[in-house]
Ligand binder design. Sequence first.
Ligand code: HH2
Length: 258
Amino acid sequence: MMGVVNVTPDSFSDGGLYLDPEAAISHGVDLVRAGAAILDVGGESTRPGAEEVPAEEELRRVVPVVQGLADVDAVISVDTSKATVAEAALDGGAGIVNDVTALRGDPEMAALCADREATVVLMHMVGSPRTMQADPSYEDVVAEVKAFLAGRLEAALAAGVAEERIWLDPGIGFGKTAEHNLELLRRLSELAELGRPLVIGTSRKSFIGGVDGSAASERLGGTIASSVLAAAEGADVLRVHDVAEVGQAVAVATAILG
Ligand code: HH2
């Protein structure tokens, strides 16, 4: 379980709740108590249409929270596409760089991750958060996302990131229609063929609202259903806001399925 700690005013489901560093740190501690093995700390919303945050502001939001969580019993991940932010977070004790641009956003990022021996999450996204939902279209979304991730895996290896430190993520909600997201989740086992751990983030996302019309605050049931099925199809890391609830659902599903 990767628990989400959004230190932002504008995240789509929890924007503003943890902008104060003390509130974010205490939320992170709660998520670890609830069962998170990883905390993903982010200072920039990537919701559709989000504006970029300048590096100084992202540093101001993220670094005190990473430092404040350095002693918790979880690995800290930093959700950023900026090398300066990733570097400061690694200095503060983070071990994972979760880059939604898959090392394409900042030319310094790949070398930094290689040098610092960070684990890297490479995620699929079309365009940028500002543009990604304009008109997503694919011939075969699973084949195209798989080819993209295979290419980014090669690029990370070429930059010197060790294979065992590379995780992959199809980027649920990043440049996809609701049907594309459902198709990816239905055929996750094809992405598992890439041979690297899969990170899946369905938490509270709009494809759930696409099924039943629910608002972001009403998507716990859909988050649980999609997370349990993703785990059954080969997801290794579930990036969620509701760690206790999803963790219990996965534990029970695992106990039944064996
Ligand atoms: N989703 C979000 C942000 N970062 N990283 C990975 N690897 N995979 C994801 O699916 C993913 C991610 C969006 O969720 P959230 O952080 O709740 O919202 P916001 O971007 O508005 O802060």
